[in-house]
Design a protein around this ligand. Structure first.
Ligand code: PDD
Length: 300
């Protein structure tokens, strides 16, 4: 049984209870983050906390916690669970109030929950000969218009993911106004003629921490990358498609709507980008660097 953090207390997960009138439960009045941990260290922590603060501001939920206070809570959680490779789930709701009422309460007593679960062993093989891509379908993006907020209102994402599973695929790329934005829980990259393409930040996609990291890595490595809208009809002619997220890292896609992408193997740019990603993570494992800050170049 793992240990969870709930409103200031560390306790066994099964004892972590939230009232039924919590607005997170009633209205999905709530936001979250998923932060990967490698060798006991929080990966891209500042960026995750920055996005958490952006989500809180977007839903008008004021919180006092500083980055350092979040770090202390989450590092204690990692230590309590003795789980060096993990994903931390952090959720903040507008709290529980005596009655169900759409109006925001006068004073906010938020519910803060953090849990931890193991991440699968990191794939660091540089040959990638045994790496298989995943299969995706495309479907209309039926979500709301503020997908840049990391809200726990994920019913549409769940329906669209389930649609993929029921059609024998692994995930769904979401299409809005003819444009492919992202997948149900990851960002989208396409490679065409040795150029990496990813949609720009907008209200219709989540500003993925992994996405931004990959964009920075490509710039650093001199690989051509453009941020522009991707027409759904471009996908079938792509040389490579990847999906990125904190838990999946950079995942190659080799089937789209039942048709093979490229030659059906993971592509050369994916191999390059994945190798770079793994290399930087290893530096973190070995303690060579404490955190990675990318601003045009990597600062140690
Ligand atoms: N999902 N787009 C959506 C809709 C997401 O839910 C996620 C992450 C991403 C990738 O963001 P990041 O690189 O910061 O993890 C993009 C998390 C992992 C989840 O819901 O479990």
């Amino acid at each position: 049984m793992s240990i969870a953090y709930l409103n200031g207390e560390f306790l066994p997960l099964e004892q972590a209870k939230v009232p039924v009138l919590d607005r997170g439960f009633l209205f999905a009045d709530s936001i979250y983050e998923v932060i990967p941990v490698y060798a006991g260290a929080l990966f891209r922590f500042k960026q995750h906390i920055q996005r958490l603060n952006n989500s809180l501001a977007a839903i008008k939920l004021p919180l006092q916690q500083t980055e350092q206070q979040w770090r202390e809570i989450l590092e204690t959680l990692i230590e309590c669970n003795d789980m060096p490779n993990a994903a931390i789930y952090l959720q903040i709701t507008r709290g529980a109030y005596p009655e169900r009422n759409h109006d925001f309460p006068q004073t906010v007593v938020p519910t803060i929950l953090a849990t931890i679960s193991p991440l699968p062993e990191v794939q660091t093989d540089s040959k990638h000969s045994d790496i298989k891509g995943i299969s995706v379908i495309t479907a209309e993006d039926i979500r709301w218009h503020r997908c840049d907020i990391k809200s726990t209102g994920l019913l549409a994402n769940c329906l669209l993911k389930q649609q993929a599973l029921e059609s024998g695929a692994d995930d769904t790329i979401l299409v809005r106004n003819g444009q492919a934005g992202e997948a149900t829980s990851s960002n989208l990259f396409v490679v065409k003629e040795r150029t990496i393409i990813t949609p720009p930040h907008s209200d219709h996609i989540l500003p993925g921490v992994t996405r931004d990291f990959v964009v920075a890595l490509a710039h650093l490595d001199g690989i051509p990358l453009v941020e522009r809208n991707i027409q759904a009809k471009e996908l079938s002619g792509a040389d490579e498609i990847w999906l990125t997220s904190s838990t999946k890292e950079i995942r190659p896609v080799t089937q789209l709507n039942g048709v093979t992408i490229g030659n059906g193997q993971v592509g050369p740019l994916w191999q390059r980008m994945n190798a770079l990603y793994q290399q930087l993570k290893k530096q973190l494992f070995s303690g060579e660097v404490k955190d990675l800050t990318i601003n045009g170049r990597i600062k140690h």
